[in-house]
Design a protein around this ligand. Structure first.
Ligand SMILES: *[C@@H]1O[C@H](CO)[C@@H](O)[C@H](O)[C@H]1NC(C)=O
Ligand SMILES: *[C@@H]1O[C@H](CO)[C@@H](O)[C@H](O)[C@H]1NC(C)=O
Length: 328
């Protein structure tokens, strides 16, 4: 018997077996490498950006239509009891239905989290629809990137600043849609229907021209302006003074989308919030802020994850700023 020989053969066989198993693991692992995932289970992010912009604009059209209803005034005084016939609910629901149904028609099996949880059968019979019209982004050159659809979660706020909508403070109202890829906010759209203004960003790829340049120097700020919520700004004023000194200027506004845009466009230095906030209020803005090199964290300096199973609520407050050098 040649023991040495048989050991050699076994070693060789074991090594081949290991190599084969490693290969199998590589092929079947849920990796982000889209080459491993069948085309039918991939999603094209370029098409998705276009879809998001069109969805947000269509949702916005629904909101505008409902704001013009004859009985909107009467019912929006704030004293009416909540119900299906409430124009506010109707605007939220119609916008949601337009966005969710429209996106699902083009991208079946998308995972979505929306502030409105409405079944398709409860959607109004008539609502805006849209097709994937690439001319909405024809002036920008974007790459074709495919990723596994299972990595994607869409966060939808069909009508941000609902209370202000009822008060006819329409400039605060926005529609926000976001693409999170494995929990990271990668694409965001914030659309203001009443001024027909749209901000979008695809992290690392491009941003709308009304946002600061990705690689731009965001400069120095000598007297910081802190923007806070108009509905609960008591303690947060004290917090702003503690953080930025007595000379800090505190302004208030409604809508997280609106406040984030005020920071991005330089009308405010920081957006500060010290109570709970929902993630559909943040995801799209977070994508915009990240794309231009700014920062959105909780007051404990933690970044926010937008995975499908993650908690819907951020409980530790919020801080949004560009990478400006703030002199106190
Ligand atoms: C919204 O209003 C416009 C203009 O009045 C109209 O053309 C459109 O059909 C309306 N959309 C819906 C869904 O009612
Ligand atoms: C920034 O503030 C100016 C002056 O108040 C205003 O006209 C402008 O609309 C604001 N920008 C945005 C994006 O809201």
């Amino acid at each position: 018997m040649n023991l040495g020989g048989s050991i050699k053969i076994n070693k060789c066989a074991i090594l081949s077996l290991i190599a084969f198993i490693v290969l199998l693991i590589y092929i079947f692992s849920p990796s982000s490498n889209s080459i491993d995932v069948p085309k039918s289970q991939q999603i094209n992010l370029h098409k998705l950006v276009i879809g998001l912009i069109l969805a947000a604009k269509s949702g916005g059209k629904e909101i505008i239509n409902i704001s013009k209803l004859a009985d909107f005034d009467e019912r929006s005084k704030g004293k009416t009891k909540e119900g299906a016939n409430d124009p506010v609910t109707a605007a939220d629901v119609s916008s949601h239905c337009t966005i969710a149904n429209g996106l699902l028609r083009i991208f079946p099996s998308l995972e979505m989290v929306s502030e409105e949880d409405v079944k398709e059968k409860n959607c109004p019979e008539r609502h805006e629809t849209f097709d994937l019209d690439p001319s909405v982004l024809s002036s920008v050159k974007l790459p074709n990137v495919n990723i596994p659809i299972d990595d994607v979660t869409i966060w939808i706020d069909p009508l941000d600043a609902t209370k202000e909508f009822t008060e006819k403070l329409f400039h605060y109202v926005s529609v926000m849609i976001c693409v999170a890829v494995r929990g990271e906010p990668v694409i965001g759209v914030v659309h203001f229907p009443f001024s027909d203004t749209t901000f979008w960003a695809w992290s690392g790829i491009g941003v709308s021209e009304n946002l600061p340049n990705i690689k731009g120097d965001h400069g120095t700020v000598k007297s910081p302006i802190v923007i806070v919520s108009r509905s609960h700004s008591g303690d947060v004023q004290e917090l702003a003074k503690k953080m930025y000194g007595e000379r800090v200027k505190v302004i208030s506004a409604a809508g997280s989308g609106y406040k984030i845009i005020q920071v991005l466009t330089g009308n405010a230095t920081v957006y500060l919030h010290n109570t709970h906030i929902k993630k559909w209020d943040l995801c799209a803005g977070n994508a915009l802020v990240s794309a231009v090199g700014g920062r959105m964290t909780t007051l404990k300096s933690e970044s926010i994850s937008y995975g499908p199973e993650s908690a819907r609520l951020v409980e530790d407050g919020l801080l949004v700023e560009l990478n400006k050098n703030v002199i106190i």
